[in-house]
Design a protein around this ligand. Sequence first.
Ligand SMILES: [Cu+2]
Length: 111
Amino acid sequence: MKQKLISLALTAALGAFAGLATGEEKHHAGGSQPSAAASASLTNGEVRKVDKDAKKITIKHGPIANLDMPAMTMVFQVKDPTLLDQVKAGEKVKFVADKVGGAYVVVRFEK
Ligand SMILES: [Cu+2]
């Protein structure tokens, strides 16, 4: 019984190692793009409110795959305040969102 457990643990460890090796290979194949941006997907949304003073934006968004979030209207922070100069209320946008330090942040917009 003990022998079997050790064997299982060893198999799991080897599996994890193989997974790491594969991930490393993918990373290299992806070129020089940061891995976070490469894995994040574009989300459709409609800008509801832009608050430059608070550096926040309200977006009615579709499902966000990389954050496992359903469609809703919510407030995002922005990675860079200048992002708020690219959009205005009522505009349809595509954007990349990420979770940074427990907050939902818009990383970039794409028109
Ligand atoms: Cu949301």
